[in-house]
Design a binder for this molecule. Structure first.
Ligand SMILES: [Mg+2]
Length: 386
């Protein structure tokens, strides 16, 4: 079997601007069209596989120009079942970004699943059919009371855990963008405190400042979160300063969760583990695909450390279905905004990616491949160039 087609399919999706602006400007709630893309890989024997963006998989598939210049020359004529060989090739090839590798790798896993009639998580080594989710807020939602009320709604919806993204590149007083420094750790902790008071002691809570704090701010905020019984402090600082993370992790009791955005997948994370730069690791399929994420998860498992999966989507769910709670405890379900329905199915899908039951568990898709059910009527009616 040989790969004969590699295609980037672009189409528009009406998007609530409250989702795309994240508070960096007006949240007017108007709908605007955004373009998303799907990668399709097909073979001479009719097998095909897809990678989609969206659902927290925060980037679309590669553009047609990238497909023509980079992907086709590498993939056409190759055996689509040689995923490891192709992953090694793309990873060693410096023209490939991790996001390109991710899309190709996910489409190849999807292809294998569709070909065999099995879900990818079973092919990876099925472990569980459902995973506990946490509600992950969008940043810059407003006053502490807004977060407290949102957390109560999440608890009523069934969530057992809730993660705060507070003031990120945003001045809560002037209500305008504040790129870079200063951060607002004091105001962020007021939000974290209001959430704890609203939901009570049993709900698991996390805080994610998205890398905007200094070391001193991280130390102070971490100690405050310890008093509030928070579970982890996520990516509080710029991740290229690993030594600051070593110092922070030594000084605090609360679990430090990082690195989230560092490139290099299992390679950089091995350095973080060796340095003791965090208590828990972080990884997602956007950083080199399912193949890179499984390598990373197994690395952390061998060291007896958690590796919490960043963002959601079909690829991350396949990984979570094939790993233990001990290593990968939660599914990140977000980013949530009060008044925006997180349970709605986007128009290009026939079934939702991450339906959550009333106990707070997201169920791993059980259809063949990654379980993506594409709505071709919608996609074909809304196709655009590139
Ligand atoms: Mg994060």
């Amino acid at each position: 079997m040989r790969i004969t087609e590699v295609e980037s399919i672009a189409f528009t999706v009406p998007t609530d601007t409250r989702r795309t602006r994240w508070g960096y400007g007006e949240r007017d709630g108007a709908e605007r069209d955004t373009t998303t893309r799907i990668l399709r890989i097909a073979t001479d024997e009719g097998a095909e596989g897809y990678a989609v963006g969206g659902y927290g998989a925060y980037f679309p598939a590669p553009e047609p120009a990238v497909v023509d210049v980079l992907l086709k020359p590498l993939l056409l004529g190759e055996d689509p079942l040689d995923r490891e060989r192709l992953w090694q090739w793309m990873t060693a090839h410096h023209g490939f970004t991790e996001r390109m590798t991710s899309s190709v790798d996910m489409a190849l896993w999807d292809l294998l699943g569709r070909l065999s009639g099995l879900p990818v998580y079973k092919l990876l080594g099925g472990y569980r059919d459902r995973v506990l989710a946490y509600c992950s807020t969008a940043p810059n939602l407003g006053r502490p009371e807004v977060y407290a009320e949102h957390a109560l709604e999440a608890k009523e919806r069934g969530y057992k855990a809730f993660k705060v993204h507070a003031n990120i590149f945003w001045d809560p007083y002037k209500r305008e963008p504040a790129p870079g420094k200063p951060a607002f750790p004091k105001e962020d902790i007021e939000i974290c405190q209001a959430v704890r008071e609203a939901v009570g002691d049993e709900m698991v809570l996390m805080h994610d400042p998205w890398g905007v704090y200094t070391l001193q701010e991280s130390l102070w905020a971490g100690r405050e979160l310890e008093k509030l019984g928070y579970y982890w402090l996520e990516q509080p600082m710029e991740e290229r300063r690993m030594e600051a993370y070593v110092e922070l992790t030594r000084a605090l009791d609360i679990a430090i969760l990082a690195p989230e955005l560092e490139e290099g997948g299992p390679f950089t994370r091995s350095s973080w583990i060796r340095a003791g730069a965090a208590d828990m690791g972080r990884m997602d399929v956007g950083l080199g695909g399912i193949t890179a994420t499984m390598k990373t998860v197994h690395l952390y498992e061998a060291f007896g450390q958690q590796c919490e999966i960043h963002v959601g989507g079909f690829g991350n769910l396949a990984v979570l279905g094939a790993t233990t709670e001990e290593t990968c405890e939660y599914y990140e379900r977000g980013l949530t905004i009060p008044g925006v329905d997180r349970d709605a199915t986007p128009p290009y899908l026939l079934a939702p990616c991450d339906p959550m039951d009333e106990e707070g568990y997201v169920h791993i898709p059980t259809g063949p491949g990654l379980g993506i059910e594409l709505n071709w009527d919608y996609i074909d009616a809304n196709r655009v160039e590139g």
